[in-house]
Design a protein around this ligand. Sequence first.
Ligand SMILES: Nc1ncnc2c1ncn2[C@@H]1O[C@H](COP(=O)(O)OP(=O)(O)O)[C@@H](O)[C@H]1O
Ligand SMILES: [Mg+2]
Length: 322
Amino acid sequence: MDPLRQPETAMSSDAALRAYVPVQGADVRAEGVSLSFRGARPAHVLDAVNLSIRPREVVALIGPNGCGKSTLLRVLGGLIPADTGRVLIDGEPVTGPDPRVGVVFQEPRLLPWQTAEDNVRFPMQLAGWSKARQAARSEDLLGLVGLREHAGARPGTLSGGTRQRVAIARALALEPSLLLLDEPFSALDALTRERFNAELLRLWERTGTSIVLVTHSIPEAVFLADRVVVLSPRPARVLAEIAVDLPRPRRLADMDSALVSSLAADVRAHLVDTTDDSIAMEEARLAAAAGLPPGVVPARRHAETEPGTPAWFDPFRPEGPE
Ligand SMILES: Nc1ncnc2c1ncn2[C@@H]1O[C@H](COP(=O)(O)OP(=O)(O)O)[C@@H](O)[C@H]1O
Ligand SMILES: [Mg+2]
């Protein structure tokens, strides 16, 4: 079968999950983090951002396009330094790319000439691990994301979702206590994405990491997170923090949809003043798919109240090569 057409299998088996030794999730603090880009197109991107993440907490960052979400994530991971302010992980400042942090970008960014296994081993090689330790760890990780049988495959032969799983396994390679996810599933089709969200929660329950997740999807943020942090248009400031007190473990099937809708409305209320193209387009697509002429009924109202439509279901994502 064409590998790009293979259905996604479960991300991880129960046995693989049980075999994984969880880490202690990080306690993360961003204190007054400000950052401007200089050069040809100078931009003030982060404006005194304060954020704290408790051990094992899942925090979703949501905000208009270009407001500085990815930049904030990079600062948290030590990939770029803040101009002022600082980031502390378990009380220790982050001063550069930090082994306590695993990062998954929107594009999987795998080395195309290397196998899935080699990609997962790459950070271990850089860290100078022995071959035997690399092999044992990568086997565990590929099992964790349900990819043992794809260990020898090169990224080009894998579907988008499978590549993203390799990227997740790689991000977990050095047992990070903080996982940063930058719109990790936005390129996947709606059904795959929904399933990956559920799988991500299983993975998180087992790995024990703290998670900061950037997403454009309000329903996704509400489904996954303990807290949704709404950022302002650039320069990003924290506009609101909405606690998501939904019980865990969470499954799509038994979410209290009224509660989910009211939380989603709360998040949206803080985003309404922003002029975000991507969120506005998503809303316009919702209206169109509901058969409504644009502007007749605000799409966000409709999405909240349409009976039988799970609030997190987003059938309007572009179809990826899944
Ligand atoms: N390396 C860079 N140099 C200059 N400007 C940048 C750089 N990276 C991002 N920017 C600018 O900073 C702003 C925030 O970018 P980003 O953090 O990627 O936003 P978001 O992830 O919220 O969409 C954008 O205006 C972007 O063009
Ligand atoms: Mg971004």
